[in-house]
Design a protein around this ligand. Structure first.
Ligand SMILES: O=C(CO)[C@H](O)[C@H](O)COP(=O)(O)O
Length: 351
């Protein structure tokens, strides 16, 4: 068998840019520990794209590609736990991850991916999200096809990664422009609040994901319990895809909206991440989190030069949460997860 191609990113570099007439640091330096850990993500660098471009799609199944991701959630979730209001039941969920080691998180992701593909029926057109959880769902879909449990499935990838994985696992793919609808889409998420508002884009694929997820008759978001937060944006910056040509004015406009923008830098290459659509990604921090996700989503998208931002409001029809109950892994819908936390919280308060 051909040896695996390991895709890994490691370093960030510094750069100054003019915002609002002042020289401001918008590229993180490698000494900024919060940024460097946040930016250890898979599929985030140009080198990855050039590596991948060497893979012929038709040969993809011959070359097992290891999509290595250092999970950016560990730091974010720990921060979320400490900054969340103790009166919120969901904040308790955010507090769980310190006990959620990487192995357990992988098991949760696998379990939710398996559950999700049970919703697929033969003949469906399936939106294929991006990220580690979506990758597992693509693999599980491939298994059902290989076992003849599903027939005539067509996948619509939301990134190069999901296209390559679909090929690798035997899921036929088409372009979005080749179909007139999508029956069901599976996707991961970086943060989800109790009202199914979502932040996506840690993989810089949120623009294509939003198109596919939004038109799907059923959009199913797959998360482990660490992704549920009381308020969006406290721990995770909001990704915004920006036309390189319009970078400076967009940065100024984001500052005017109260954000602290930071250009996402590539790892193992100096300079910015360039998306599959040829744009840059700006991660915007909001010190007090995001108060009104719907309003902010629209305001950011109204800035000329913004291609799309990672807020997904009214997109998901279902959110499946994988949670650990003792040794058992349970998959529950978001409302049930939040309700059980609420009652656990109330129980703890009255005891
Ligand atoms: O939005 C995304 C990519 O742009 C991913 O869906 C999101 O980052 C979740 O990824 P994972 O399932 O690996 O935690």
């Amino acid at each position: 068998m051909a040896s695996a191609v390991v895709l890994e990113c490691t370093a960030v570099s510094g750069m100054m840019l003019m915002i609002a007439g002042q020289q401001s640091r918008v590229f993180a330096t490698s000494s900024t520990t919060t940024t460097s850990s946040k930016q250890k993500m898979d599929l985030r660098c140009i080198q990855q794209q050039s590596l991948l471009s060497k893979l012929s799609l038709s040969n993809a199944e011959m070359i097992p590609v290891v999509w290595r991701r250092t999970d950016s959630r560990t730091r974010a979730v720990a921060t979320s736990a400490s900054s969340s209001s103790s009166s919120s039941p969901v904040a308790v969920a955010s507090g769980a991850p310190p006990g959620l080691d990487a192995g357990i998180q992988q098991n949760l992701k696998r379990a939710v991916a398996k559950k999700a593909v049970e919703l697929v029926k033969s003949g469906m057109i399936v939106g294929l999200g991006t990220g580690s959880t979506s990758s597992m769902a693509i693999e599980e879909l491939g298994k059902l096809i290989a076992q003849n449990k599903l027939k005539d499935i067509v996948g619509v990838p939301t990134s190069y990664q999901s296209r390559v994985l679909a090929r690798q696992f035997g899921v036929k793919t088409v372009d979005l422009n080749d179909v007139n609808h999508v029956d069901i889409a599976f996707d991961g998420a970086d943060e989800v609040d109790a009202s199914m508002n979502i932040i996506k884009g840690a993989g810089a694929a949120h623009t294509m994901e939003k198109v596919v997820d939004s038109i799907a008759k059923q959009c199913v978001i797959l998360i482990d319990q660490s992704k549920v937060v009381s308020k969006l944006g406290l721990a995770f910056s909001l990704p915004v895809e920006v036309l390189p040509f319009a970078l400076s004015p967009v940065l100024r406009a984001l500052v005017n909206l109260g954000g602290v923008p930071e250009i996402r830098t590539a790892l193992r290459k100096d300079g910015p991440v360039i998306t599959e659509l040829g744009n840059m990604v700006v991660d915007v921090r909001f010190a007090d989190g995001i108060n009104n996700p719907a309003e902010l989503e629209n305001k950011i998208n109204m800035i000329p030069g913004v291609v799309e931002n990672g807020l997904f409001v009214n997109v998901a029809h279902k959110v499946f949460v994988a949670t650990k109950d003792g040794e058992e892994i349970l998959i529950v819908e978001l409302a049930e997860f939040v309700a059980s936390l609420k009652s656990a919280n109330e129980g703890a308060t009255t005891a």
